[in-house]
Ligand binder design. Structure first.
Ligand SMILES: C[S@@+](CC[C@H](N)C(=O)[O-])C[C@H]1O[C@@H](n2cnc3c(N)ncnc32)[C@H](O)[C@@H]1O
Length: 183
């Protein structure tokens, strides 16, 4: 991950979350690979439920915890976890929203999507955001592993998610989004 100050310049998190359908009556949400809490913290401000902010990197967990504390948020639960190797440890069907933001270039995207499916309740939503498939973006994974929107859609559909809303959501300046529902 680049430094937090640089990373945060690439996003308008409240606008991203709004466009990806995170609404105030949302119960619990799961942020897979929370990084600096770039999205966990604004999500915690929006929803009435808890945000389970999970990351394998203790420095990222500490950063998210510190930001939650500084913001006075008691509903952001940052936890160190390798969700590919060990799953999230969260109960099945308990979450209203799953966030897969800048993470689907991971080695096992289907494992990740299956875990998102498991933790969501029926009717719960999955938001995917990723860097545009464009080598001129200032950061982002190498083009060899960077997924196109069609690839993300295909993976999500293989795990039985149904697309919800527009075919493709523009998240300027450098990202795209997709929303799915567990039906
Ligand atoms: C590119 S960052 C994206 C952070 C955040 N989602 C965002 O968009 O600002 C990916 C994050 O996923 C975490 N990560 C990668 N593999 C993981 C795994 N198997 N389990 C938990 N976290 C993981 C990394 O440590 C990193 O913080």
């Amino acid at each position: 991950m680049p430094e937090d100050a640089l990373w945060s310049q690439f996003f308008n998190p409240p606008a991203v979350l709004r466009k990806l359908g995170l609404i105030s009556r949302c119960g619990d949400a799961v942020d897979f690979g929370c990084g600096y809490g770039t999205f966990s913290i604004p999500a915690g401000k929006i929803i009435r439920g808890n945000v389970h902010a999970l990351d394998i990197d203790p420095a990222m967990v500490a950063a998210t915890q510190a930001r939650a504390q500084a913001a006075g948020l008691v509903n952001v639960r940052a936890q160190m976890r390798d969700f590919i190797a060990d799953g999230t440890g969260l109960p099945a069907g308990g979450a209203d929203y799953a966030m897969l933001f800048n993470i689907l270039h991971a080695e096992e995207p289907l494992t990740l999507l299956r875990e998102a499916w498991r933790v969501l309740r029926v009717g719960g939503r999955l938001g995917i955001m990723h860097w545009r498939y464009d080598p001129t973006t200032p950061r982002g994974p190498s083009m060899a592993i960077r997924p196109r929107p069609e690839q993300c859609r295909s993976w999500a559909q293989q795990v039985n998610f149904r697309q919800d809303g527009p075919e493709l959501i523009d998240l300027p300046p450098f990202h795209y989004g997709l929303v799915f529902r567990k039906s």
